[in-house]
Unconditional design. Structure first.
Length: 298
């Protein structure tokens, strides 16, 4: 099997926290995850290309859907990224329905700029992140559903953390993922978020979102199959990294609308240290996730 060259190029350029963790994997799994990540990255790039008309982006996403369906059905995809992903789809039995859900999540970003309630947001987080987790656990060795609950919980935790961190950046694109019912509860107007105006009400919204994220981190720790703790290394490292980001937001009172948000980051060496710490810790039978040792509340 030839190495996924184009996928490696896409992944290397991304600067992603997840992609950085691939170095922790043995070569066969690293190559599979590189190809999977490259697909996810390219689909996301199509949805986020503000220089392209919405209709063209929708066509582009549909083209990716048709090509990945070919790959899953044993056909010959046209796109090089899909061709590089095909052997890993076959080896790990990656189902089309998960890729379809991922693309549906990207399609929602084209025209859905607001979320009415937490249930709508939960579905978005499932499509944008949990399905990536479900594909990932299959690549990492859990092909029979043993880690599906874990994957779904991790995806929710990471995506909620990501949404909180990126409120200002999303607002610049006209998107507000924070549920409207939650904003109304705390008297926060959409315009104040679009204008980047911090408030006590916004802090309260953010704290409720952080509590929800924490609940999913806790569920992730509880649903991690002990016999697969070492297989789940990169997801455990990601959860530990994003938990640290959530803690950084807490220390600035969730002031993610001001320039203080620039402090919500971890450098390369800090991420590497977390990855190596996680790698060491998962070797032991009594392993407890790093993000489950921080207390029960924010």
């Amino acid at each position: 099997m030839s190495e996924p060259v184009q996928s490696q190029q896409v992944t290397a350029k991304s600067g992603s926290n997840l992609a950085a963790a691939f170095v922790l994997l043995p070569k066969p799994k690293r190559e599979a995850m590189t190809a999977l990540y490259a697909f996810c990255r390219k689909v996301d790039d199509v949805a986020d290309d503000d220089d392209m008309p919405l209709a063209k982006r929708a066509e582009g996403l549909q083209s990716w859907r048709e090509d990945i369906r070919l790959a899953c059905d044993g056909g010959e995809p046209e796109n090089q990224i899909c061709r590089e992903l095909t052997p890993f789809i076959q080896r790990h039995q990656l189902p089309f329905n998960l890729f379809d859900e991922l693309i549906a999540g990207m399609e929602s970003d084209l025209d859905k700029l607001r979320y009415a309630n937490l249930e709508e947001l939960r579905l978005y987080c499932y499509r944008a992140a949990s399905v990536v987790g479900l594909l990932t656990v299959r690549v990492l060795g859990c092909e029979l559903g043993q880690a599906d609950a874990y994957a779904e919980n991790v995806g929710q935790a990471l995506q909620l953390t990501n949404i909180l961190r990126d409120v200002a950046e999303d607002a610049e694109r006209g998107r507000i993922y924070l549920p409207q019912l939650l904003l109304e509860k705390h008297g926060v107007s959409e315009q104040s978020i679009l204008d980047g105006e911090p408030s006590v009400g916004f802090e309260n919204v953010a704290r409720e979102m952080a509590d929800r994220a924490w609940a999913y981190y806790k569920l992730s720790a509880e649903s991690l199959p002990p016999e697969h703790r070492r297989d789940m290394l990169i997801l455990e490292a990601m959860a530990a990294i994003y938990w640290r980001l959530l803690q950084k937001m807490r220390r600035i009172d969730f002031n993610v609308l001001s320039d203080e948000r620039k402090t919500i980051r971890l450098g390369k060496w800090a991420k590497l240290a977390i990855g190596m710490q996680t790698r060491f810790a998962t070797r032991f039978r009594g392993y407890r996730p790093l993000y489950a040792r921080q207390g029960l509340a924010l």
